[in-house]
Design a protein around this ligand. Structure first.
Ligand SMILES: *Cc1c(COP(=O)(O)O)cnc(C)c1O
Length: 383
């Protein structure tokens, strides 16, 4: 094996999740597959074509570079929508390639219209509204300006969508804030509609909003984390399960992260293990050296905390996670051999290591741990 670890992505799990999401929202709501953050660590180049095979034809990315990568790997026809970073030099490229993009500043709108005029091609725009996240989006005053700009350049700007993003729909603690955002969105949308603008896509929902606030689904949902088989938060999962008779998790995780035991070592009682003195062997121990460390996204916060699977059993990380290796306790696992498979994330036999259990331990969210999986770990498709 050239690389010290590798990632498997399950196609049948993705198909399962996409089928579930589509049945949740129904045929009249478009499902946009959010693949920012290197497809939440799954790898854009591997994930996007697979998602297409599973029935996805609309993708949301954060930035122009992700849109570039996407265009090189997917089959047309497909819609690509940039939700965030798009610098002026890339604006022309985006318009030329029919890439849709969020506009949240007047300058961007004016610039897009000018480029579109020069190219003789309409820019496909989603107006983002500020409703309370206080990140990007037009507030009420700016929206009035935007309308007057739009009025003058109907030939150049095709208004595809009106959108906003909720500030923390994954926690019911933010219930009131989300409700307020929704109200504000509707007020501003009404104003626009009264002004004669009827964009075909009204969209506001991420995964959490889609589950907890069905009224936010509108014409399209932008779903990231759930297509990869993870719930946005334990709260959202409980909320879903409480409303369904079937208590089984409808999602399946796509990702397995694996490596092999690099070396085995016997350590007598009383010895310290690894750098420093954070772990002293309480008895004679057998350790497996695992060739993954924090340089590979395995957080140092998992020192003396994390667990991996070997021969279908849990083995605890002992001592600190190093840059490229860590030690795990295999004293109680029978017949362990060098080169045995180690599962860092995913399932082996009847046991699984979930990102959630990881996440709780290392106080990282699912999102953060996944997106920190380095781009250069090889990824393979499995059934
Ligand atoms: C990331 C993102 C989403 C998707 O969020 P999930 O919680 O992963 O479903 C939707 N909309 C915007 C604007 C985003 O940035």
């Amino acid at each position: 094996m050239l690389h010290s670890s590798y990632i498997e992505i399950s196609k049948s799990a993705l198909q399962n999740n996409i089928n579930f999401l589509k049945s949740e929202v129904g045929a009249s709501v478009k499902l946009s597959s959010v693949i920012k953050g290197n497809a939440y660590g799954h790898g854009i180049e591997l994930f996007a074509p697979l998602a297409q095979e599973c029935g996805i034809d609309h993708f949301s990315v954060f930035s122009a570079d992700e849109a570039h990568r996407l265009l090189q790997t997917i089959k047309m026809p497909a819609t690509v929508m940039i939700m965030g970073y798009l610098d002026n030099p890339e604006l022309e490229w985006a318009i030329q390639h029919d890439i849709e993009f969020f506009v949240f500043e007047l300058d961007r709108l004016i610039e897009a219209a000018a480029i579109a005029k020069r190219l003789g091609k309409r820019a496909k725009v989603h107006l983002e509204l500020e409703t309370g996240m206080n990140r990007t989006g037009f507030d009420k005053a700016a929206l009035e300006h935007a309308e007057s700009i739009l009025e003058g350049c109907q030939e150049q700007i095709e208004l595809i969508g009106i959108c906003t993003h909720f500030a923390g729909a994954e926690s019911l603690q933010n219930h009131e804030r989300v409700q307020k955002q929704l109200q504000l969105y509707e007020q501003q949308l009404n104003r626009l509609q009264n002004g004669g603008y009827h964009p075909k896509q009204r969209h506001t929902a991420c995964s959490a909003a889609m589950v907890s606030y069905p009224e936010t689904r509108m014409d399209m949902v932008r779903v990231g984390i759930m297509q990869y088989g993870f719930w946005p938060s334990p709260e959202i999962y409980s909320h879903y399960i409480s409303q369904h008779d079937d208590k089984k998790d409808p999602l399946r995780r796509l990702i397995n992260w694996k490596c092999r035991i690099m070396s085995l070592k016997s350590v007598p009682q009383g010895e310290y293990i690894g750098y420093g003195t954070s772990f002293q062997a309480p008895r004679d121990m057998v350790l497996a050296v695992v060739p993954v460390g924090y340089a590979w996204g395995y957080s140092r916060a998992l020192s003396n905390q994390g667990q991996v699977l070997i021969k279908g059993l849990r083995a605890a990380v002992v001592g600190t996670v190093n840059m490229n290796v860590m030690m795990v306790d295999v004293t109680n696992i029978p017949d362990v051999q060098k080169d045995d498979e180690v599962v860092l994330l995913g399932t082996q036999g009847d046991e699984s290591i979930t990102v959630a259990s990881f996440g709780e331990l290392s106080t990282q969210l699912n999102y953060e741990l996944l997106t920190r999986l380095p781009v250069n770990i090889p990824r393979y498709i499995i059934d």
